[in-house]
Unconditional design. Sequence first.
Length: 244
Amino acid sequence: MGVPMIACPCEACTSSDTKDKRLRTAILIVQENRNLLIDCGPDFRQQMLRENVSHIDAILFTHEHNDHVIGLDDVRPFTLRQKRDMPLYAKKQVLDSLKERFSYAFRAKKYPGSPSFELHTIDKDMPFVANGFEVIPIEALHGNLPILGFRIGSFTYLTDVKYMSETEKAKVRGSETIVLSALRNHEPHWSHLNLPEALALLEEWRPKRAFLTHLSHKMGRHSDLQKLLPSYVQVAYDGLVLEV
């Protein structure tokens, strides 16, 4: 729901630290002037303006929940400016959900100015190339929902994780940089890792560095959380730039 959360007086939501102002989770991967976006949530427009992004070449989706897809209509400036359909890569269930939610964008006769998309179905056993990026999909369970994370070279991105099979965990091994979700501090959640669970997973993989993302206000303040973490784990924050 973002931090601060609407109508919440907790210490994280009332913090004056800019690192405690959290929009919904997404990531932009840049390589040789090629921009690959992972997820497109309700804060997409604000994020693109803040980072002065001039183009998007393709979008990958982890899953179909609103906080990861509902900003898709705001892709319109890119499709209009780039004069081409935006390639979308996702599991069939996610693409079907997008076609239902944004039905006006997939009609044979669309109104002028609506976004236009090129759909690519992916699954956990099918590495693929998206605009020059070689991507390995990694399946996780978000509660009972199978979702995808992605590995590109030595970088792995996993959000909304609760469980992973040993087969899928093996795809992550050897990653030098891992971004992993952790929703709460110690309180369990049925569909998300909490902090101890996320740290236990990272200890299995032992990357050179790791970053925690998708943090709710129940994780507390950024400065307090960072003190609890091993030296190779950092708290991600809005606008963070990594070189990999």
